[in-house]
Design a binder for this molecule. Structure first.
Ligand code: KIV
Ligand code: ZN
Length: 532
């Protein structure tokens, strides 16, 4: 296929390079998933894709199709599902990678191939063993091949910020000549600082032929805590795409956080007149969902989405806030979808009010999911005097994060306290059949997990067990995350309940279900740094 026929196959929506609009490229499902332990199931990725599309993210990087069958399927299914955002897949600079990626994004209304190769001396000499000339040849071949398969091609210079400027210019020029429509300049190792990063963009935009016909993109890692500052410096210097991840998850210290960049551009539009299309009221929901499915908690003082981001503790601040919220708030909690802890409903609330509440919180559930959530809400309202927005969010996210349920918790009784050994009597339903076991342990949680082991023998190792209270008070729901690992496969489960031990058992069982689903679907293949 030629480049022009590829254009017709995939509708492209690349804003003109002169526009001040900034394209938001979300890589939570690709670079974000590369955070150790942050793997997501296909169902979770599909739900996240819907959340990102509703939020009006321009490009969703849905995965690395050649990395595993699971990644391929996830990208393909997201390409079938999403119609408003561009769906992108990652590929190294080799024929097999690019063709697998093209196949995965083929169903997309708007698809993009993102191909990359390392350009820095460190990567050239120690990983690829290629000269600058070899790299330039590979850029030409890979981008040309990708462009023949898709009208929208992004090319990235991995480790660009440690690359000699003349080599980087030649690589970028080659990618543009071969048909790349977006040029990404990653700070792969989080090494640069704002003025240096800005200078790289200015140099490329001023000196590379054809630079005015493409979009330049930032992609910053947070090793020195500078990812957001560097990305904004890139935008000021002419970049018009930012690659970001929800909650800033990603390799090592993570990527630039979507919520921080988008809100910086919104709040400081006076000084940074580069708007995005993102519907910022959806930010908190996206943040909570990513935290729930990865089991990565959001730190309390995290900018924009932390629990304390809009809390005012000192008397002076509270006094100012009561007089006028502008005294200590530069944005309103509602702007990012933080509704506060409103007392919402109790056990007398009906289905209609519940559905309306879910709508306010940004959830559109189908009839079955709504009925299930309503039943769980009623159970919760029976146990807990006051049901807050955060309780409802935990309850619904918990249900959404569940994969296929081969194993379910039927009942649990635990003997705990100072007189050990602690003991758990557990009944599970496994593939439709009930099974009961008693187990002791070093503490009640250990006893519960040992009972699960007895009923469902498995080799998975427990990698994370984490509990936090959804709201305040002794009747608060406990939200528990469990991460399991077996043969390099990682699965996370999560559950909320007013009983911490029930939540722990359910979270463990959810993680097991996700692990089983992953085993059935994916056959990981080892990846090396280049596609050659
Ligand atoms: O950090 C990086 O260089 C990357 C590339 C694959 C774009 O994630
Ligand atoms: Zn990266």
């Amino acid at each position: 296929m030629t480049a022009s026929t590829a254009d017709a196959a995939n509708e492209t929506r690349v804003p003109p390079a002169t526009s001040d609009h900034v394209v938001v490229f979300d890589t939570t499902m690709r670079d974000g998933e590369q955070s150790p332990g942050a793997s997501m199931s296909i169902e979770e990725k599909l739900e996240l894709a819907k959340i990102l599309e509703d939020m009006r993210v321009d490009v969703i990087e849905a995965g690395f199709p050649i990395a595993s069958n699971g990644d391929f399927e996830a990208v393909k299914k997201i390409a079938q599902l999403v119609t408003e955002s561009t769906v992108c897949g990652l590929a190294r600079a080799g024929v097999a990678d690019i063709e697998r990626c093209a196949e995965a994004i083929r169903p997309a209304k708007r698809g993009r191939i993102h191909t990359f190769i390392s350009t820095s001396p460190q990567h050239r000499d120690h990983i690829l063993r290629m000269s600058p000339e070899d790299i330039i040849e590979a850029v030409h071949a890979s981008v040309t091949h990708a462009r023949n398969l898709c009208g929208d091609v992004e090319w990235s210079a991995q480790d660009a910020t440690r690359t000699e400027r003349d080599v980087l210019r030649r690589c970028v020029e080659t990618a543009i000549r071969a048909g790349a429509t977006t040029i990404n300049i990653p700070d792969t190792v989080g090494y640069t600082y704002p003025s240096e990063y800005a200078a790289v963009f200015r140099d490329l935009i001023e000196n590379v032929p054809g630079a005015d016909g493409v979009i330049f993109s930032t992609h910053c890692h947070n090793d020195l805590g500078l990812a957001v500052a560097n990305s904004l410096a890139g935008v000021e210097a002419g970049a018009r795409q930012v690659e970001v991840a929800i909650n800033g998850i990603g390799e090592r210290a993570g990527n630039a956080a979507l919520e921080e960049i988008v809100m910086a551009l919104k709040v400081r539009g006076d000084a940074l007149p580069f708007p995005t299309r993102v519907r910022t009221e959806h930010i908190t929901r996206a943040s909570r969902y990513v935290s729930a499915i990865t089991g990565f908690p959001v730190q309390f003082n995290k900018a924009i989405v932390g629990k304390n981001a809009f809390a005012h503790e000192s008397g002076i601040h509270q006094d100012g806030m009561l007089k006028n919220s502008e005294t200590y708030e530069i944005m309103r909690p509602e702007d990012v979808g933080q509704g506060g802890t409103n007392l919402v409903m109790g056990k007398h609330s009906g289905r209609h009010a519940f559905r309306e509440k879910l709508k306010d919180l940004g959830y559109e559930l189908g009839q079955n999911a709504l009925n299930e959530a309503f039943g769980r809400f009623k159970d919760l309202a029976d146990k807990k005097k006051s049901v807050f927005d955060d309780d409802i969010i935990a309850l619904v996210d918990d249900a959404l994060a569940r994969g296929a349920e081969r194993v379910q918790v039927k009942s649990l009784r635990v003997i705990a306290g100072t007189e050990g050994p602690q003991e758990a009597l557990l009944t599970l339903v496994v593939d439709g059949a009930e099974s009961t076991a008693t187990a002791t342990g070093d503490g009640p949680v250990d006893a519960v997990f040992n009972a699960i082991h007895k009923i469902v023998p498995h080799d998975a190792m427990l990698r994370l067990f984490q509990v936090h209270a959804v709201t305040e008070g002794t009747d608060a729901q406990a939200q528990v995350s469990v991460r399991l690992e077996e043969d390099g496969r990682i699965a996370t489960g999560q559950a909320a309940d007013t009983d911490t031990l029930t939540a722990s058992a359910t979270a463990y069982v959810n993680a097991l279900n996700n692990l089983f689903a992953r085993k059935e679907k994916s056959a990981p293949e080892p990846l090396t740094a280049s596609g050659f």
